[in-house]
Design a protein around this ligand. Sequence first.
Ligand code: SF4
Ligand code: SF4
Length: 274
Amino acid sequence: MSGQVEVQVEGQVEPQDRRPSLAVWKFASCDGCQLTLLNCEEELLALATRVDIAYFPEATRAVVEGPYDLSLVEGSVTTPHDAERILEVRRQSRRLVTIGACATAGGIQALRNFADVAEFTAAVYAHPDYIRTLSTSTPISAHVKVDFELRGCPIDRGQLLEVLAAALQNRKPRISAESVCVECKRRGNPCVLVADGTPCLGPVTHAGCGALCPSYRRGCYGCFGPADTTNASSLSGRLVDLGMPGRDVVRVFRTFNAAAPPFATESTRQEAGP
Ligand code: SF4
Ligand code: SF4
């Protein structure tokens, strides 16, 4: 996307010489991924000279009407209203990028997908009958076409800037599809799984954090969700060999990306038992 390109939304041709417009939307989420954008600080000022920040309630009350050239969507769909609103966001967006584990995999709130949501609302709210919620938390891609998914809980600042730069240059983002193990080896870290017997999800987790936890001799928690090719059942076998009870193996896969298919399949398999 560039200020010089022809921008077409819903068959409408926009003026050629203008800054592309950016909209940032929130669904069910903690706002942490939007904060990653605000935390860009120096780059944010440069970005503001290249794009028109048209809709970003977390940052400003000023609203420019759509359609928008690029929409960043944070959060998952958890209510009937969300399910309708995302359709309208898609209609208003030339390019739609989802940011974070909530938007790309349903987030921590997708733990409801494995339980009875009525039990949860009864435990939390004095009047659960006032709550209108869905029985599942689903990623944005389950509802509308998504042009790119940026993983992480929260997303990585450098990867977000790459996504924005790619949109401005009308190209695909250069985001590695490797596992955390590759990042870990590149940093020269000793493997905590091999050397210390510490459970680590690095072999099945998408790169993006720079192997942050293993760099501090902690196992990977899987914040960036499943890597493109995973062998979660093999890793489970190793965790069990290390002495981890099956119940805890289930929990390992049910964190930030519990509903991401490879993690959900493996946790469900472990829950069913041998
Ligand atoms: S992915 Fe994590 S940091 Fe981002 S909005 Fe969801 S819970 Fe917050
Ligand atoms: S510490 Fe974890 S991420 Fe690093 S190489 Fe070992 S298993 Fe992979």
